[in-house]
Write a protein that binds this ligand. Sequence first.
Ligand code: ADP
Ligand code: MG
Length: 696
Amino acid sequence: MSTDKVSQEYGSLLFTDADMQERLPKPTYKELMKVIKDGEPLDIDIANEVAHAMKDWALEHGATHFTHWFQPLTGITSEKHDSFINPREDGTVLMNFSGKELVQGEPDASSFPSGGLRATFEARGYTVWDPMSPAFIKDEVLCIPTAFISYTGEALDKKTPLLRSEVALERQAKRVLKLFGHEPHRVITTCGPEQEYFLIKEEDYAARPDLVLTGRTLFGAAPAKGQELEEHYFGAIRPTVNAFMKEVDDELWKLGIPAKTKHNEVAPSQHELAPIFEQGSLAVDDNLLTMEKLKLLATHHGLACLQHEKPFEYVNGSGKHDNWSLSADDKNLLEPGDKPEENLQFLVFLSFLVAAVDEHADLLRASVASAGNDHRLGANEAPPAVISVFLGDELSPVVDALINDRSVHTAGRDEMDLGVPALPNIFRDNTDRNRTSPFAFTGNKFEFRMCGSQQNLSDPNVILNTAVAEQCDRFANDLERVPEDKFVEHALAWVKKTFREHQRVIFEGNGYADDWMDEAAKRGLPNLTSTADALPSLVKPENISFFSRYSVLSEPEVRARYVASAEQYAKLINIEANTMVTMARKMYLPALTQYSGDVATAVAAKAELGITSPAEKEIIQTVTDGITKIAEATKKLEASNKTAQGIEDPGEQDHFYHDEVLTAMAELREEVDAMEEVCSEDYWPVPSYNSMLFWV
Ligand code: ADP
Ligand code: MG
């Protein structure tokens, strides 16, 4: 046993495999492992024993309550705490926790968005234990990761479809691997989410109703300095932030979350935290916990952690890179092999990814569509809304050669013969970094870079998993019929055909460039620039059947998800519009009236002394004009938002919010920001960008 603090505390608040081995009778442990590792059904006797051990462990670690921790369609996590107490007649108390309480909960929770799946008379929702994700203790509460489903078994959360898509992918990938002579015990997805966020002073945060209510600044003139000096990226971390990051690491490690890398990001006051990758659904759970801890622990240091995709205009927003791969019994299937014959399997899986992304670009785009992320995508700080795949200097010549049926030269290496059965030797290349690509191969994994910082990665991963499952399925259907001695030849032909059919999605150039948008349009790639445009892809007939074919989402579930997301978008913009109207009327207009009034009083006093003051008069005129313009823009925004609220159809409503309300919001902001440049700082009712972004 190591004696350093970190190895001693690592996972101490997580009910780990070691804890289970220590506390469970051997046969029970074995049975539980079958559930966790092999996905077998859970017996209630086993659940009772696990619950007992889990409770003892939790009590020893100071827990008083337990909760079923779940992910409703809002994307963040939810919990309702129940204490373990069971008072007895003699006035003492027993601490109870049964197998039934572990396995299933009934939080009711009828107020979460369900997209209409839950009529109120059957509003019950159930939470069901996900034994793959270990229980943990947070603030004296034993948290049990669960899926959230309706009375009739429909998924009401983000986790259920993710687990289903993992099952589908595992099943289909095993068929493919079998053709290559491998029969792995498990095939899992791996996911490493890089999380970006901002840290500002808590007092600045509290003084900005827009930040508090919407997570982003709805007003604010440009700071004197932005990110143009690029001094913040990877710069020395200042002491307050360092102390915060240290506490975050400590807390995450206790929860067994493998936080690995922390650094300053491009924008001032922006940072990033990346963990070591884990099994897909576990990585998503851990990312959600990480986001929660970041917010909470910031307050210990007088800071506020902003996770909105675009808290500030004029500087970069925050994303979350979804590093994704597939692993068969710990062997990464996207790792090019050392031997050419191993590379056929690698190329097959690579072709799956390329085809999957091309065929389901609309769904991938929809999976990262949100009001917040709309501000980033295509704004030269994040990939464009067009989805393409980047392969890099090492792979793209190989894929080119396969497409064109010729041999390949790569820099400084021998010619590679692509004839059967000899295959190219592919070298891992990690140096290629094309930050402008939405979907980049980075040596032994893909990195999906369109995700927003506050998003739940279940959504994109459901699409990726299912889309790759579909490719595996097709390949297996084709190749299972081929005689063994013809397999290599046919598999290679399949790879070539797949790359050929999907080469339009491969793009190695600069994704931020304007001419790429023209080129992408020529190639017929979808360019869904806004959430309003992207979300309806979910309910296209071919996409509904795609989800149901792999038992990931039924038609009612997909439709419900579409409605919930569309409503979420409308609600968010509505809140932003309301916040702007309130801030304009109650903060900016009174401040400007006061300022111009005080200047006017001063001018009048000076006039009595016979002093003329043309510059000050000009200020009064400018501010008075500004007041008129702000008042008008406020009325216009209010009217536009009112119209939007009256639209019934969710798709139509989203488009109206996008086209009309957002435009009215931009107009109001412009007038207020112009006044911020003129008004005295002493009168200005909220902290400026300078203060928020460049604090010491
Ligand atoms: P960057 O993209 O900033 O260069 P890295 O290459 O170090 O960063 O990795 C970024 C993330 O990718 C990390 O969270 C890492 O754990 C994760 N990652 C590495 N290998 C895999 C894999 N096989 N599957 C999923 N994620 C992975
Ligand atoms: Mg990255």
